[in-house]
Design a protein around this ligand. Structure first.
Ligand SMILES: O=C([O-])CC(=O)C(=O)O
Ligand SMILES: [Mg+2]
Length: 591
């Protein structure tokens, strides 16, 4: 049995390949001969690898009918499985067939969650092989509905819940998590889940979904991923009254109480996992998102997906779109609806890119970019005090009350929706935009689909088939005037998995804006002529692992260049290295 255990443990080596590499601290630290002793030292409970019945119940090792005759003998599985054996391929075929039987997306979501909890490798095999079909289920839009109904569909807990009850004991809570070698944490406090608002503790679906993509799209091994929800209460009255709600039944803690809990969490994370663990902030409300990023950006490896990930993916789309709409980046005028995390994050990265390309100071390049919020165009003469993150966008202009008037007054060439409010790109707005642009670029970024600023059909119809369109959540192709239009998906899922992989493989200890530009450039470089011919400004998600490797390599290269990479020596071919580090969902053989 000794050798069996070792083999099984080796099967989950860090990032799965190259077990001698220093990635993530190396295999020996965690899964070596002394693992059991080490477990006893660092956790209050002991860890033993399953065999027999427990093996079938352990999602990390279970293979179901794919256990071979020999494995069934060696691992006390005789009689616990029916006589037939199946390949992973056959299992995949069966599961895809079953999932396609469900008419309701939430049922598919639940079936996939169950699979993840039963047979992790098969779950990832399905996700990787059927990414375009399953992404809308494990991710936007269905994950949004899952969060709204999380209490009712709750079965087995996923991820780590840290609430105000755990104040003073967060390090202890982290040690309760079964995995010790964590590389990526996605954390939310549930206050702004997609464009759906405050979903409190039920926001857990987001970190779980994002990390599933870290593995499927970016190749970070599942056991290195930790989803976290910080529960400081919720201001969602409906949830507070819901008998099935799974979170704390109180209003949100704010101010000092909030900051202290977050600080304890950030400190405990560094203490427990070291300085190379990536903490991705996700779906925090605006004020906290900007504050946390600024506060921990200089001491921790942190990344805000909604501010930075979205920025990198949109910049890539805009740069790629230049092939279709013409001109250079600095020739264009940008108008945003929504001046929160996504809007100001994207605006800043576009201004930075123009500045780098033209040697014009960023204070100047920002003037090509205008933002409309709920009070109208952001202008310098605005009476109400502006939040800090909006101040750089308060340019000289007379007040303009809404988006339509702003479109007419400014005549932008690019319209970007990051408002979280659906159907705000009205017929009048799109017609006005199309009246002075031969090919208007329209990006309706808000998620899920219900919050999209317009549908693909609306964008194509109202622009009379001239718009170049991409959206945050997926839309089906549209037929207009006898022509087939394929909308692209401008979602941070293109960036964060590869971005995170790049940080992990280089052992980066800080995130820098130049890395975002590097990631964005890598993504834009992956759009092929064939994609452009279809009007697409992003490559298809079916190529995402290749794309992620390119992004990871560019990000890692930048980390070395900036002197924030700790993995030495630097691998010569970073693309190949990134690919070699990626998790494979194929079954391991157990001796
Ligand atoms: O989750 C997504 O689809 C994109 C995202 O980060 C958000 O909308 O907050
Ligand atoms: Mg988000």
């Amino acid at each position: 049995m000794e050798s069996t255990l070792k083999e099984m443990r080796d099967g989950v080596s860090v990032l799965d390949l190259d077990p001698k590499s220093a990635v993530g601290g190396g295999v020996e630290d965690v899964y070596g001969e002394d693992a059991a002793t080490e477990d006893q030292l660092v956790t209050p409970w002991t860890y033993s690898v399953a065999s027999g019945y427990s093996l079938l119940r352990d999602p990390q090792y279970n293979k179901g009918l794919a256990f071979t005759e020999r494995e069934r003998d060696a691992h006390y599985l005789r009689g616990l499985l029916p006589p037939a054996t199946a390949t992973q391929q056959l299992q995949e075929k069966k599961l895809m067939h079953n999932i396609r039987q469900y008419q309701i997306p939430l049922q598919k979501y639940m079936a996939l969650t169950e699979l993840q909890e039963r047979n992790e490798r098969l779950f990832y095999k399905l996700l990787i092989d059927n990414v375009e079909e399953l992404l809308p289920i494990v991710y936007t839009p269905t994950v949004g509905e899952a969060c709204q109904k999380y209490g009712s569909i709750f079965r087995r807990p996923q991820g780590l819940y840290i609430s105000l009850k755990e104040k003073g004991r967060i390090l202890e809570v982290l040690k309760n998590w079964p995995e010790k070698s964590i590389q990526v944490i996605v954390v939310t406090d549930g206050e702004r889940i997609l464009g759906l608002g405050d979903l409190g503790c039920q926001g857990m679906g987001i970190p779980v979904g994002k990390l599933a993509l870290y593995t499927a799209l970016g190749g970070v091994r599942p056991s290195a991923c930790l989803p976290v929800t910080i529960d400081v209460g919720t201001n969602n009255e409906q949830l507070l009254k819901d008998e099935f709600y799974i979170g704390l039944r109180q209003k949100r803690a704010t101010g000092k109480e909030y900051a202290e809990l977050l600080h304890e969490f950030m400190s405990a994370v560094k203490q427990n996992y070291g300085e190379k663990v990536l903490v991705q902030f996700e779906d925090f409300a605006n004020h906290n998102a900007f504050e946390l990023l600024a506060k921990y950006g200089t001491t921790h490896l942190v990344f805000n997906d909604d501010i930075q990930g979205t920025a990198a993916v949109v910049l890539a789309g805009v740069v790629a779109a230049l092939k279709l709409i013409g001109g250079t980046l600095s020739d264009h005028k940008f108008l945003f609806l929504g001046a929160g995390e996504a809007g100001t994050g994207i605006a800043e990265l576009i201004a930075l890119e123009i500045s780098k390309k033209t040697n014009v100071p960023v204070e100047e390049t920002r003037k090509k970019i205008w933002l409309v919020d709920s009070k109208g165009l952001i202008v310098s003469s605005r009476k109400d005090p502006l939040q800090n993150f909006k101040k750089p966008w308060a340019h000289e202009h007379e007040p303009v009350k809404d988006l339509l008037d702003a479109v007419k007054a400014l005549k932008p060439t690019v319209l970007i929706g990051s408002s979280g409010v659906g159907r705000t790109f009205t017929k009048e707005v799109i017609e006005a935009l199309s009246s002075f642009n031969e090919k208007p670029l329209i990006m309706a970024l808000s998620n899920p689909t219900s919050q999209s600023e317009c549908t693909a059909e609306e964008a194509y119809t109202w622009s009379k088939g001239r718009a170049i369109f991409a959206s945050g959540s997926p839309f089906d192709p549209v037929e207009y005037d006898g022509k087939n239009f394929v909308p692209g998906q401008s979602n941070n899922a293109y960036i964060f998995p590869g971005f995170g992989l790049g940080l992990v493989i280089s052992g980066a200890i800080r995130v820098h804006d130049d890395m975002l530009l590097a990631a964005s450039e890598a993504l834009a470089g992956q759009v092929s002529q064939e994609n452009f011919d279809k009007g697409l400004i992003y490559p298809p998600f079916s190529n995402i692992r290749k794309i992620s490797a390119q992004i990871a390599a560019n990000v890692a290269a930048k980390a070395y260049e900036l002197g924030v990479a700790t993995r030495i020596p630097r691998p010569e071919n970073l693309v190949k290295y990134a690919e070699s580090c990626m998790y494979s969902p194929l079954y391991r053989n157990y001796r």
